[in-house]
Design a binder for this molecule. Sequence first.
Ligand code: CA
Length: 616
Amino acid sequence: MKRLFLLLLLITSINSFAQIAKLERVEPMSWWVGMHNPKLQLLVHGNQIATNEVQLSYPGITLVKVNKVENPNYLFLDLEIAADTKPGKFAINFMQKGKKNATYSYELQTRDQAAGRVQGVTSKDLVYLLMPDRFSNGDASNDVVKGLQETKLNRDSMYFRHGGDIQGVINHLDYLKELGVTTVWMTPEIENDMANASYHGYAATDNYKIDPRYGTNALYKSYVAQVHAKGLKVIKDIVHNHIGTGHYTFKDMPMKDWLNQWPVYTQTNYRDQPVMDIHASAGDRKQMLDGWFVPSMPDLNQRNPYVQNYLTQNHIWWIEYAGIDGLRLDTYPYNDAAYMADWAQKLQAEFPYLSIFGETLVNSVASQAYFTGGNVVNRGLDTHLPGITDAVIKDAIYEALNGKMGWTDGVNRLYATLAQDFLYKDATKNLVFMDNHDMSRFYSMVNEDFNKYKTGMAILLTMRGIPQIYYGTEILMKNYSNPDGLVRSDFSGGWKGDKANKFIASGRTEKENAAFNYISKLANYRKTSAALSTGKLMQFIPQDGLYVYFRYTDDNSKTIMVIVNTEDKAKSLKTARFAERMEKASSATNIITGEKLNNLTNIAIPPSTSLVLELN
Ligand code: CA
């Protein structure tokens, strides 16, 4: 009799499941006790979930509010977690007419505050940017994953997936260490289940899941731990501005204004000026901020508080889960400024050492500085954004290498650009780079001129800020970004059966080794040099095609002198003009060659070269 009753109960509950609640997701799927912010908003997604009552009971947890929104397939639960709440699990029950329709076991964990987690990335570091699909295939079993939209692997096409993954990066951490890299930045690793060109990673379809073609969440966490164990750091690339059209919140939107909607498809104008221009048209500004990046990437409405919580909590979740050291914020100028300022403060409150830099592909120092925190040019809104990707310095270095010296041209462009650093609160938090996945490769941009290549790398690695190298630049990979897939080719040796293995010296050509060794020498020197990693910068007005700057410690105990000869003829540099920084020096050591210079009155510089000297 009792057994029959149980069976009946089971049948009834199966029926009610079929009719009503199918719990698809609860996000964030777990959380931590001891967070700075006691508030947590859970997004619950499931068919007709809003027709249920929500019950939960756990000491320290208050269910403050159950928010119903336009779409009954969503509930947003506002929780408050008391400071003394113990870690543990509790059931969130979804009830109808007193019966349990669905349940979710929610876990609150203890925060992992071990040393070496969330350390921050600073000017002491050298960042290596790579695209995980194109770097190395460490696990062939995940190349094609059943159930995902893109069903083919095709290494012959730049538009298809090539099979690279997180394990491939783990396998080559020693290579990066040898190069002198201290920090790995991968383009986004989270799921991009899109039908076409899913490899680039900027069209998220699940913000809480590593793309199964790259690995699992557990592998990502293990990757960060293994990177840390090698004394290296991790940057995660995140996107606030948009998601992919395969995202569940696009296919089944919580409410109409989850996204920025337009009567007809409207693309952003990609212009930063309307955001800061005191003469800007309101329409231009709205199109910049609310227009969609491309048709496959819907624009999130960051004025919607549910969107705000969803994004902010997602980023906090990843950092606490994996112990990430820094974040790179994609398409920063396209986001809502007030939300981004709130976001930065919330992240910094949870992780005081976390580094953050925003992608700002704009055209002037003023435009870049506008987006950074604590400065004088952004008219009252403190963005709390410490740094940006310094594309303007990159352009100025190119002009120094390729241009002809004039009052504002050639190397004077670089000089004048650095002279505008007063616009930043702290320019040393900017990321300095010569190329990345969205632009032509550095070696091609200097017309494969090896001297210019070395000078560019010397400037990059002795400049103020956080230097970044794009994968393959160290082995002279080349191409123009038209289309961008051409600068995203495979790192040779990353795949079993590749003709050459560029990860080892014997697989590289003589010239590739010369490039690798040049960077490795400077990068490894930089790690131990207080003058280069944290010192001040003093530059002198360029003369006669020669540009001279110094990096030096506060106490003047360490000084590095950089001399750039931008002309194609040998020069002799008279150094009397640099007495401010040189008067105590009697000799110098060439960092690259180890050669000693005992007479510093006149320094000989061969055509189109640069010298990095440690003054003694
Ligand atoms: Ca693979």
